[in-house]
Design a protein. Structure first.
Length: 325
């Protein structure tokens, strides 16, 4: 074999090795491209999956079409609205009176007014608490009202709090409809008044002081202030009698009450009779239940009809007279 032939064979071998190297590089490049394609395809499939665009709340769900900051704000607003849609019913717990407790300490414990506990429990005697007595405790300050003939939720709301509205009153009392019945209990919230009622062992009663019709209820707004007594409208020159036996402790004239009489009774009770025309008793007199103490006329009241203002207090706390008749 000559040199030229040897050189040709050496050159051909190198060419074959170079070709194999090029084919190997192409194969690696192709494999890399395939892997890159597969990775891209998988990433695309993951990113293109449909997004869960529903946001669940404890109350319901809110569907969002585009998750932007603006829509996130909308979700927050809708969730708030759902929570506000919960019925705002006045709730009660039961408190068992313990030794040494009184109305003041119980009211302070629950962050309520004494008058609230007196009212919703219909207490007749603020000093009548006994160990073991069960008291209803509301979750806010309120007063209890007993539905009278001719009452509607609208008229009750208007009397006690014009800003309340009958629908809110319906919601607070957990009523399913607008119908109410005579004698039904209605809870009226957030009124700065004092009320009463709950049976005690020695029931205390008062006699109606005049023959007539009750025209304004305890706690009703009169001239923008809650009434601490009741109004009775009677006939001209109607007789006013002592609601319970007691002592005459005050007789006089008041710019708002007109001519009035105040009687002191046992157990810390006082009664006041106002808008009087004639007064038939003196300070210091002892009067029996039912004795005539005065009269009413049209000219003596703040209305265009003969009207008596009647108030019951115990230890300085105004109580609803209706609960004592």
């Amino acid at each position: 074999m000559n040199r030229d032939t040897y050189d040709d064979m050496q050159y051909s071998g190198e060419r074959r090795r170079n070709a194999r190297g090029r084919r190997g590089n192409v194969g690696l490049l192709a494999l890399f491209c395939v892997l890159l394609f597969l990775v891209s395809l998988i990433a695309y499939m993951i990113l293109s999956q449909p997004k869960d665009e529903s946001v669940n709340t404890s109350e319901s769900s809110v569907v969002v079409e585009n998750k932007t900051n603006e829509n996130d704000t909308v979700i927050s607003v809708k969730q708030t609205e759902l929570k506000k849609a919960e019925p705002d019913v006045i709730k009660f717990t039961i408190h068992t009176v313990q030794q040494g407790e009184d109305l003041l300490t119980i009211a302070e414990h629950y962050g309520l007014k004494v008058q609230t506990i007196i009212s919703v429990n219909r207490l007749k005697n603020v000093a009548s608490l006994e160990d073991g007595m069960k008291l209803r405790i509301p979750d806010r300050d309120c007063q209890l009202y007993i539905v009278q003939k001719g009452d509607f939720l609208t008229t009750i709301a208007r009397k006690f709090n014009p800003n309340l509205g009958w629908k809110k009153l319906q919601e607070l009392n957990g009523l399913t409809g607008e119908m109410i019945t005579v004698g039904q209990e209605i809870i009226i919230p957030d009124l700065p008044i004092e009320e009463v009622k709950v049976e005690v062992k020695e029931s205390i009663t008062f006699k109606k002081p005049v023959i007539g019709i009750m025209t304004a209820s305890f706690g009703e707004l009169v001239d923008g202030k809650p009434l601490e007594g009741i109004y009775y409208t009677g006939s001209e020159e109607a007789l006013v009698s002592a609601a319970r036996g007691g002592s005459v402790i005050d007789v006089g004239h008041d710019p708002e009450l007109g001519r009035f009489i105040t009687l002191q009774h046992e157990d810390g009770y006082k009664t006041t009779y106002a808008f009087l025309d004639q007064i038939d008793v003196k300070v210091g007199s002892e009067v029996a239940e039912g004795r005539t103490i005065g009269t009413i006329t049209t000219s003596s009241s703040q209305t265009d009809r003969p009207t008596l203002y009647f108030k019951i207090e115990q230890f300085g706390i105004a109580l609803d007279p209706v609960n004592f008749f």
